[in-house]
Ligand binder design. Structure first.
Ligand SMILES: [Zn+2]
Length: 67
């Protein structure tokens, strides 16, 4: 499966994300000192934005779908 690389906006760590991930997916930064919640906001090229933890919890209870 293909992966794409993005840079964490919080710590600049390079992250490998599966290219099958859809917009709206929440991922956690792989840097153990960062662990920022990142939402995929754009694909081709892949882009992420940092989200607040509380927002992440809401997203988990009622997941949004952007197709
Ligand atoms: Zn990070």
């Amino acid at each position: 499966m293909a992966v794409e690389f993005v840079t964490c906006p919080n710590c600049k760590q390079r992250l490998a994300l599966h290219s099958s991930m859809v917009v709206g997916t929440i991922v956690v930064c792989a840097n153990p000192h960062c662990e920022a919640r990142l939402r995929i906001i754009k694909r081709r090229p892949l882009r992420v934005e940092q989200v607040a933890v509380e927002e992440t919890l809401n997203a988990n209870s009622s997941p949004e779908s952007y197709g």
